[in-house]
Each structure stands twice: as C-alpha cells, then as structure tokens.
Design a protein around this ligand. Structure first.
Ligand code: NAP
Length: 254
C-alpha cells in the first residue's frame, strides 16, 4: 500500500464516524480493525479486518507488515487490553498513536448514583441494605461480566446486550434482552415502566448513544450502580473529531 496507512481500532460508533472522515484524505488508506465478537457488526468505510492480533507482539508485527503510519485507538473506554497493546506496540514501532475516547458522564444533583470500580463491586453493592427492596434490575454492562451477578437470586435481572448470553438460560431470574444503541429516551422509559425497573446497573461509557437510560433513571428516581471507566494509561487522549483531524493532518506525510 502506498501513501499513508491509518489503522483504526474499532468496535464503536465513533470508530465508524472517524473512518468516514479520514477516508476523504488523499493518498491515505484507512483500515478498521474489529475484534470479531459481534456477528453482524456495523461496517465502516474503507478496509476492514477482523479478529485479535495475538497480543501486543502480534499487533507490532501487523503494524510493520502493513506499513501502518498512524494508529487511532477508537475502541470502547472499557476495552482496556487492546488500548494497552496499541500503546505498547505503536511505541515499539515508533508510530504515532492516540486514544479517541469518550468523557465519562458527570453526576447531577438529581442522580442517585452508586459509583463502583468494577462489575464485581457492582454486584456486591446490590447485596447491601440500601438495595434490599430492589426487585427488578436492568443490567446493561454487556456480556463479559454478567457472571458476577449469578449468585444474586433474590432479584429479577433484565440483561441487555447485542449478542445473547447463553448461560442465562440456567437462571430463572435472568432474562436476556437483545439491544444495540443508540437508544431513545421514550423507548428506555417504556422499558423501565413495563418491567417495573427499580435499579439500573451500567458502565459509565460516556457518549450519547447509551445515555438515555441514565436520563430515565434520573427522571423516575431509580438508583444507578455505575461502573467507573478504567484508569487511562499514558496514551494521548482526544475527545472530539476536530482535534483528531488536526492530529492526523499533523502526522500524515504528503
Ligand atoms: P479488550 O478486553 O480490550 O480486548 C480483548 C482482546 O480482543 C484484545 O487483546 C485483542 O486480542 C482483541 N481486540 C479487542 N478489540 C479489538 C479490535 N478492535 N481489533 C482487533 N482485536 C481486538 O476488549 P473487549 O472489552 O473484549 O472489547 C472487544 C471489542 O468490543 C472492542 O473492539 C471494543 O471496542 C468493543 N466494545 C467493547 C465494549 C466493552 O464494554 N468492553 C463495549 C462496546 C464495544 P489480541 O490480544 O489477540 O490482539
């Protein structure tokens, strides 16, 4: 491939938007990498590759082999491993790399948030006295950590994710709900009301696509157990597309 070759680590709405912007730059090839965990992912403009690289060494080899000139990590704020690998592999390959991320949501005076460090702590919070009366929990942390909640059998869980969680069939109190953002306030509100949701468990993902559930919880006074974003590593962070374009222009040749 001649010219500039940008690797976008994707799996998010933002990665699709960035690919669309960068595709327009002359003399530049854009490759988006997807982990391959979603069966029918939304596809960005430009080239797409699927599947893991084989850790940071595999990613380093890929960067060299494909003559990548710039890496944009636009993965989800909770995708910690790939961000760390991107940082380390691009540093070793001497290629500029940045993390295009989302600022965490900020609590307002009306929010009833219980902020916790991880999913295990979120599950533990649900067993505390404050939550004794909670009956119906809306669990929106994706598929990965749902097992942290399997031992809680005194509440009904509604687990929303893009792909099914097979193990849920083993638990009478766990119901899977298929869902892929963006979600509208009215739809979320209807869901909360229809299922008498009296607690929301979510990740503080930032961005607008999944924020309406937070708005609904605030509106109807439901407590939210909110998992904090992992601490960021020393990678350059950019939060808006204008700054990203400036960064890219600065680093591209020709
Ligand atoms: P992770 O824990 O950081 O990564 C696990 C492994 O998956 C990585 O070590 C890497 O495998 C592979 N991988 C992850 N993202 C990749 C990408 N864009 N291209 C190629 N390989 C990738 O990530 P995760 O939390 O499992 O998330 C997986 C994907 O889902 C990410 O692309 C992320 O943007 C998206 N996503 C995650 C969440 C979330 O809450 N975690 C939510 C929405 C979307 P190798 O080490 O073999 O390279």
């Amino acid at each position: 491939m001649a010219g500039n070759v940008i690797l976008i680590l994707g799996g998010t709405r933002e990665a699709i938007e960035i690919a669309c912007d960068l595709e327009q730059i002359e003399n530049t090839t854009v490759i988006t990498s997807l982990a391959g965990v979603t069966r029918s992912p939304r596809l960005p403009k430009g080239k797409v590759r699927y599947g893991g690289f084989g850790g940071k060494d595999g990613l380093f080899d890929y960067l060299i082999w494909e003559k990548i000139t710039l890496v944009i990590d636009a993965t989800h704020p909770f995708a910690e491993k790939i961000t760390k690998n991107a940082y380390e592999a691009s540093k070793r390959a001497n290629i500029p790399c940045l993390h295009f991320s989302r600022k965490p949501w900020e609590k307002t005076a009306q929010d009833k948030w219980y902020e916790v460090e991880n999913s295990k702590a979120a599950a533990s919070t649900l067993t505390q006295k404050d939550f004794e009366c909670v009956k119906n929990v809306f669990l929106t942390i994706g598929r990965q950590d749902v097992n942290c909640f399997y031992s809680i059998n005194t509440k009904q869980f509604f687990v929303r994710s893009i792909e099914p969680v097979k193990e849920l069939g083993c638990f009478e109190n766990m119901k899977w709900i298929q869902g892929r953002g963006p979600f509208a306030f009215q739809d979320e509100y209807t869901f909360f009301k229809e299922h008498s949701i009296d607690c929301l468990v979510a990740k503080n993902s930032g961005g607008y696509a999944s924020h309406p559930k937070i708005d609904v919880a605030r509106f109807i006074g439901v407590p939210v157990v909110l998992v904090q974003q992992p601490k960021s590593i020393n990678i350059k962070q950019i939060y808006d597309r204008e700054s990203l374009t400036a960064f890219v222009s600065h680093h591209l040749s020709g």
